[in-house]
Design a protein around this ligand. Structure first.
Ligand code: FE2
Length: 461
């Protein structure tokens, strides 16, 4: 197949404006702080996101295309430092040598030939460790979806593909869950061929204690973006977004939305017992907030529910999101709406993972601003126990994923936001006791940070 034509970035909503790729890499200390940094806040806020190294060729589909760029804001002894680096996969390194994009989008049936990229990379797909960043077992990993992560060094330099000494060759989800009580990281990986779905466990020291284990009962390859964990179960929501690679060669999408199939939920016992299967009406879920065991043995799952997976399908009717709770167990699946608003990126205090949580924080849209898909103008905190909501909306700042940053005296929420008027980027710190009152400190970042995906707060050791 012929090399695809370039994408026009200026007219692509996810390659321009808030989403325009950042090609500069910097490391700047002693950043300007407006307000006051909390005295007991020491650590790093990290965030990953799609950021193509060169202007793409073929198609560019957000959020599944793009190279990774990791942004880090370090707060140390009352000062702030910003560092950003590309995640340098072999494909990015080859493109830097060529000075242009060689690989097309993930939905394009084009693979660069040997004469362009050499025998080792010929006919490979672009690797996409651009979704999340997770620290576990002494490794800082830029996470891809259903592919191996890339480990980064202390200066965010790329150290290489992480396969846990060859014991996890199938890759990992971008959204593994770390059990704060056992220290284990539990992950799944979907694949295009049988067994289609496996799960694995990595101990706190980085040893793989459960090698990829097939989940019995899978009958087709599905895209599954996130998972949840309780002390007893791995919780997997299987919406009917089915891989059909043959469609690419006839110009279609490799993903086929089949709402007639409904949704299946797998409760996978962490002790290795038989998988429990449940089914319910069709919906789409990108992200879970958390899950926990109920006293009667059922499982509660809080998540953001969508009608269908947005731009990954040809459907164009209004799509709506709700923060929802599914109770899974003796009575099948019962779904309840907790909060109805345009939201995504649900996060809790990570110390409550697998246990009951109080607050789910999300990005949101106020409805008064014209934002591209995936961008926000609000942060929302929903108290699932009180059933109340706090919202902070800004007329020009577009915030990203909120992450809880624990402190000795008080907890805070952090996020990176970009101003839609002058494209300046800021690290914002909100008091967890009253986040809707707005940021108590704003750190001016030295370069624009494109709107992106997920990250982590890593307290200083
Ligand atoms: Fe995600």
């Amino acid at each position: 197949m012929q090399r695809p034509a370039p994408v026009d970035p200026a007219h692509h909503p996810h390659l321009s404006g808030l989403f325009a790729p950042q090609r500069e890499e910097v490391d700047v200390r002693d950043l300007e702080v407006q307000g006051e940094l909390p005295a007991d806040l020491h650590g790093s806020y990290l965030r990953n996101g799609p950021n193509p190294r060169f202007d793409p060729i073929g198609h560019y589909v957000y959020p599944i295309d793009g190279d990774g760029m990791v942004h880090r804001v370090q707060i140390v002894e009352g000062t702030a430092r910003y560092t950003n680096r590309f995640v340098r996969t072999p494909q990015v390194v080859a493109e830097e040598k060529a000075g242009r994009a060689l690989w097309a989008g993930i939905t394009d049936p084009y693979f660069p030939p040997e004469e362009e990229v050499g025998p080792e990379l010929a006919n490979t797909m672009r690797e996409l460790p651009d979704i999340n960043i997770v620290r576990h077992g002494g490794r800082l990993m830029a996470m891809a979806e259903a592919a191996p992560p890339y480990t980064l060094g202390s200066d965010l330099e790329t150290l290489g593909r992480e396969t846990f000494d060859g014991t996890l060759p199938v890759g990992l989800t971008a959204h593994p869950k770390i059990d704060p009580h056992t220290g284990e990281m539990v992950a799944f990986c979907y694949m295009l061929d049988p067994p289609y779905l496996t799960w694995s466990v990595i101990a706190p020291d980085g040893t793989v204690t459960r090698a990829p284990t097939p989940i019995d009962g899978m009958d087709r390859p599905l895209m599954i973006h996130d998972m949840a964990l309780t002390p007893t179960y791995v919780v997997l929501v299987l919406a009917p977004l089915v891989f059909d690679l043959s469609q690419i060669f006839s110009g279609g999408s490799p993903l086929d939305w089949k709402p007639d199939l409904g949704v299946r939920v797998a409760l996978v016992p962490r002790d290795g017992g038989a998988v429990r299967w449940f089914s319910t009406d069709t919906f789409w879920m990108w992200h879970t907030a958390n899950a926990f065991d109920l006293p009667d043995g059922d499982v509660a799952l809080d998540y953001v529910e969508w009608c269908y997976p947005g731009g990954l399908t040809r459907q164009r009717e209004p799509n709506r999101s709700t923060l929802s709770r599914a109770v899974i167990g003796r009575n099948g699946i019962t779904r309840t709406v907790l909060c109805e608003r345009d939201m995504e990126f649900p996060r809790i205090d990570d110390r409550s993972t697998t246990l009951g949580h109080r607050v789910v924080a999300t990005i949101g849209k106020s409805g008064s601003s014209n934002l591209p898909p995936g961008a926000a103008d609000s942060l929302c905190w929903f108290d699932v126990q009180a059933g109340t909501e706090s919202v902070w909306t800004h007329e020009s700042l577009a915030p990203g994923e909120p992450i809880l940053m624990p402190g000795d005296a008080a907890d805070h929420w952090g996020t990176i936001a970009t101003d839609r008027e002058d494209m300046s980027s800021w690290f914002l710190i909100f008091p967890a006791s009253d986040p809707a009152s707005g940021p108590i400190a704003r750190v001016r970042l030295p370069i624009r940070v494109p709107a992106g995906l997920h990250g982590a707060w890593l307290p200083s050791d």
